[in-house]
Design a protein around this ligand. Structure first.
Ligand code: SF4
Length: 365
């Protein structure tokens, strides 16, 4: 087994603090990493975390709010984010928009609160809208940090992210030939949520160079949804002699952006996000999502798609009926599973995944 030393979040925060950097806790989904880094701010993403006691958040939230937001708020209220200097809440969906309002109007955190309004659809007006929104955030960060990075510094950080996105693309393309369990693969990939770009890049390069190469004979699936949490889902798939060949997850593939064309750093950052992979929270069309999922099955050599949905996540559920129908017409089998990131995977879910992979295997014979 390949040994890779990935620092913990705590170690990354301590190191960043010792270097005089500020820390930003970033809620899901899309944000410009390079913009924060150009201010010497270390982004640490908060996707839940899973298995959080959500009692404290329940006083602020309706019972039909998803577990990602429940955990994210509880995590703050329990004091786990006391160490951070900024809280960033992108308005990715109604629940996260609500979370932003709770912070702003009720909690009034001691940290600097940054919200990001994200446009929908891929067009020129939306690139312009987001570019202006990023300029607003730049001014807020400049006031908070007491300095203004120039365009050169911004471009340098953006280009680092572009290079890493290319490398992540290679990691995905080679995945089916790498002797890594699904948990190992996603532990590496998701360390981008808190590592510095240089550290993450060196871990990816090391893995690509040193992981054993084999043609995996297992049944590959595409995992679609927000996050692979609880991560036991990955073990369940592997134990059934399957593996996650590629994904359509908000924390991973949906944030592997293409290069921006503009020479203006704000426009370039906006282009990357607006023109990125289709995402339910960006309101992309059914057809675009269908074509994207179809292409993922081809790239990953996957035999089916597992939609792994967080309970009460409206953006994801909105697409299912039509997507499932389109996939089925194209001969692509899919399975919809519901999850609460704070609860263990149920026996029923395990049975359904096993049956699904077994069915895909039968179809192969
Ligand atoms: S799981 Fe869905 S509803 Fe919850 S924060 Fe994510 S996108 Fe929003």
């Amino acid at each position: 087994m390949l040994h890779i030393d990935i620092p913990s979040r705590k170690e990354v925060i301590e190191k960043a603090k010792s270097e005089g950097k500020k820390i930003a806790a970033i809620y899901p989904i899309h944000y410009p990493r390079g913009l924060f880094r150009s201010f010497d701010i270390q982004p640490i993403e908060v996707w839940g975390p899973p298995k959080t006691d959500t009692k404290k958040a329940n006083a602020h939230l309706q019972s039909y709010i998803c577990s990602v937001v429940q955990s994210g708020l509880s995590f703050y209220l329990e004091g786990y984010l006391d160490v951070v200097d900024l809280i960033v809440v992108p308005h990715s969906c109604d629940s996260l928009q609500g979370l932003g309002s709770i912070f702003k109007d009720f909690i009034k955190p001691k940290q600097e609160l940054v919200t990001i309004y994200l446009p929908r659809e891929k067009d020129r007006e939306n690139v312009e809208f987001l570019s202006n929104e990023l300029k607003r955030i730049y001014r807020q960060l400049a006031e908070f940090c007491g300095f203004e990075p120039n365009d050169e510094k911004l471009m340098e950080e953006i280009k680092k992210e572009e290079e890493i996105d290319e490398l992540v693309g290679k990691f995905y393309r080679e995945r089916k030939d790498l002797l890594l369990s699904s948990r190992e693969f996603y532990t590496i990939l998701r360390s981008r949520e808190y590592l510095s770009p240089d550290n993450f890049k060196s871990i990816l390069e090391y893995t690509l160079l040193n992981a054993s190469k084999v043609k995996l004979k297992k049944i590959g699936v595409v995992l679609s949804g927000l996050i692979p949490e609880p991560m036991d889902i990955l073990d369940v798939i592997d134990e059934t002699d399957g593996f996650v060949a590629i994904d359509d997850m908000a924390c991973c593939m949906r944030r592997v952006y293409g290069k921006g064309n503009s020479n203006d750093p704000f426009e370039k950052m906006a282009e990357r996000i607006v023109n990125g992979p289709p995402d339910p929270t960006k309101g992309n069309s059914f057809n675009e999502r269908f074509e994207f999922l179809k292409s993922l099955t081809e790239i990953g050599g996957a035999k089916g798609i597992v939609f792994y949905n967080v309970k009460f996540c409206e953006p994801e559920y909105f697409y299912h009926p039509i997507l499932k129908e389109k996939l089925s017409s194209a001969g692509i089998k899919s399975l919809i599973i519901e999850t609460d990131i704070n609860e263990p995977i149920s026996q029923q879910t395990i049975t359904r995944i096993k049956a699904f992979i077994e069915m895909l295997r039968e179809n192969e014979r």
